[in-house]
Design a protein around this ligand. Structure first.
Ligand SMILES: C[S@@+](CC[C@H](N)C(=O)[O-])C[C@H]1O[C@@H](n2cnc3c(N)ncnc32)[C@H](O)[C@@H]1O
Length: 278
């Protein structure tokens, strides 16, 4: 792992798809379709494509898809999913470096749940790596191309994921890595993007049908679906496990999940921020 990574994606990659699905595909299609070229003629970049779930979901609609991903394990999963697809091009590389593409290449660029991985623990104040990425996005997008970030607001981090209440200190640590939505919007405007918009799909759940598994936090594969868990100390983990065991034994888990779900249903887990290059 490099010094910025806090989640070991090499290990996580193998089970990643058991606990993570693509969300907001209709939002992406809407954004991409609002740029000048028809979807089948478009080139779209998935920055930090992970195991390729979003590319997979879009491959029948979009002309050419490009994925850039740092982690070999995640990339290997994406490659397996996309083999024999001539219109998909995957590459290993870091979003902390200049993007390996020419100016004015893409009609759209998406970046799903990656921004918080770009910030080192000691470099959280000015979100410089995110600012640099936005500038790079502006360079590689065609005029009127669209940039879409799928991220989470701080409120969503605390109340959009039921288990967040079990590990509040870890959520506090990860929240520092997430640029607040207002800061992200300001950065986009400052770099020169226009028509900044925000969409919150309140029904979308990143973990799909496994989300409400009452014993989930006791299983490593389940925890691997949310990197917040890797920022919990051993003691915080043990306390969380104990609460999960007790609530399951005392039959209070159903009520607990209901209470947590009532919060999530109002705010969702993800926020999509999009903006257009002039
Ligand atoms: C939460 S996962 C999201 C993966 C994928 N976008 C998805 O939503 O399914 C975060 C991804 O960001 C990648 N990542 C972290 N730092 C990166 C960097 N500097 N450059 C490119 N990818 C990076 C990780 O390897 C991981 O695959």
């Amino acid at each position: 792992m490099n010094k910025i990574e806090y989640e070991n994606y090499h290990d996580t990659s193998k089970a990643y798809d058991n606990t993570r699905i693509s969300v907001g595909i209709e939002i992406f299609l809407g954004c991409f379709a609002s740029t000048p070229r028809p979807l089948p003629e478009q080139k779209i970049l998935d920055a930090g494509c992970g195991t390729g779930n979003y590319i997979q979901a879009l491959k029948k609609k979009v002309g050419h898809l490009y994925g850039l991903e740092l982690n070999e394990g995640m990339l290997a999963q994406a490659r397996e999913k996309c083999q024999n697809e001539n219109h998909i091009q995957l590459e290993q590389g870091s979003l902390l470096e200049p993007l390996p593409y020419h100016n004015d290449t893409f009609d759209g660029m998406m970046c799903n749940q990656v921004l918080h991985h770009l910030l080192a623990a000691l470099n959280q104040e000015n979100f410089e790596p995110v600012h640099k990425l936005i500038k790079e996005a502006q360079r590689v997008l065609r005029p009127q191309g669209v940039l879409v970030f799928n991220t989470s607001s701080h409120r969503q981090l605390y109340d959009g994921f039921w288990w967040a209440d079990l590990i509040p200190n870890a959520v506090g640590r990860i929240a520092k890595r997430f640029p607040p939505i207002e800061i992200l919007s300001s950065m986009l405007k400052e770099v020169g993007f226009r028509k900044v918009g925000i969409v919150v799909p309140v029904d979308a759940v990143l973990q799909g049908e496994n989300y409400l598994e009452p014993m989930g936090p006791l299983k490593k594969d389940f925890r691997d679906g949310d990197s917040t868990w890797s920022l919990a100390t051993d003691e915080e983990l043990e306390q969380a496990f104990e609460r999960v065991r007790t609530m399951n034994q005392e039959d209070s888990m159903v009520h607990y999940l209901e209470t947590r779900e009532n919060l999530r249903k109002n705010i969702g887990q993800t926020t999509f921020v999009f903006a257009y290059k002039l």
